[in-house]
Write a protein that binds this ligand. Structure first.
Ligand code: KG4
Ligand code: ZN
Length: 327
């Protein structure tokens, strides 16, 4: 069964054709990131306009790359949320009209669950239940994943998302946007740090809080006259150790409490090289096997949307014409 995925939750206009939930025949992504850079964050109106102007071309390219005609599609899966309202509605309206015109089912996909599904599209996958951790620009959520669509949230951020903290710290350091990849790169230039930032899990729970560490970074740079690359690298590395340390701590605590031995990590920050290193060094060595998506599926894409949509289709969980965005 061929499912067309459409994803417009934030700044990427994406479309993909996936066979039977796993076979990625095309994966087209058009980002409006360059238009947001000068503002240091995604501007919803600009993102939405980019979706409106590009969705037609992106979907056509996804079909062309997959070398299929739209009549061969079994269904259309679209991101329902969470995301930016206008951006989501562009994809939903497009998918709705296409499903109506072709007379094929419409599938409403949860974006966070799709980020976890991105790691399940390959040969080696964990059995349910397992721990699922979404680390993205908008979310930091730890769940027990019972099934593709059955998630029990056991920990989440009480303030900033981890990707948001990366972006804000990068901004303080005068680095580019998005800041995550910049910090990832820069941190590698600092061997060991004398700086220590405090980032603890929220007492007695599996929740996260990342806004304090961002303020601590701001204070530690305030009185420095000139932030040279070495100093920036030291701050980047210390920040990373603090936030990723809490991630590791909460994940291991959750695995122990729940008796689970597999962890799937998805979302933009899952591309982070230090997180992957810590997963190998600290998480795997504690007996918890970690699954990551390939780099190409860490950030927003429609292959994960189409892939998860296939499982909705198999269960006949089809959306109606009244489908709307769930921000
Ligand atoms: O999943 P995503 O593409 O969009 C959302 O659904 O939010 O995540 C984007 C976030 C941004 O905050 C970006 O800075 C972060 O992922 N990111 C990274 C890395 N690559 C992207 N953060 C840390 N290290 C990276 N290598
Ligand atoms: Zn995302």
């Amino acid at each position: 069964m061929l499912v067309l995925g459409v994803e417009t939750s934030c700044d990427e206009t994406a479309a993909s054709v996936v066979g039977n939930g796993k076979n990625i025949l095309s994966n087209v992504i058009s980002s409006s990131m360059r238009h947001h850079r000068k503002f240091g964050g995604v501007i919803p109106e600009i993102a939405t306009r980019h979706h409106v102007e590009n969705i037609d071309r992106v979907v056509k390219k996804a079909l062309d790359d997959a070398d299929i005609a739209r009549e061969e599609l079994s269904a259309i899966a679209v991101t329902q949320g969470p995301g930016l309202a206008g951006a989501l509605l562009t994809g939903i309206s497009f998918a709705k009209s296409m499903s109506y015109a072709l007379g094929i089912p419409l599938l409403a996909v949860d974006h966070l669950k799709a980020h976890i599904y991105a790691a399940l599209m390959f040969d080696e996958t964990p059995d349910f239940p397992f721990l699922g951790l979404v680390v993205s620009g908008g979310h930091t959520t730890l769940s027990v994943v019972m099934d593709y669509y059955d998630f029990k949230v056991i920990g989440e951020t009480l303030d900033d998302a981890i990707g948001e903290a990366y972006d804000k710290v990068a901004r303080i350091l005068g680095l580019g946007y998005p800041g995550g990849p910049e910090i990832d790169r820069l941190a590698k230039k600092s061997a060991a740090s004398r700086l220590k930032y405090n980032c603890r899990s929220v007492k007695g729970s599996l929740d996260f809080s990342f806004s304090g560490v961002k303020t601590a970074v701001l204070y530690s740079t305030r009185d420095v006259k000139h932030l040279d690359t070495a100093k920036k690298a030291e701050i980047a590395s210390s920040f990373q150790e603090a936030v990723l340390g809490v991630i590791v701590e909460n994940v291991l605590k959750a695995a122990k409490e729940r008796g689970l031995h597999d962890l799937v990590i998805g979302g933009g920050v899952s591309a982070n090289s230090r997180l992957r290193e810590l997963a190998a060094q600290k998480i795997s060595s504690s007996g918890v096997k970690v699954f990551f998506p390939p780099f190409s599926l860490c950030s927003d894409n429609a292959a994960m949307t189409a892939g998860l949509g296939y499982h909705l289709l198999k269960r006949d969980l089809v959306a109606g014409p009244d489908l709307t965005a769930k921000v």
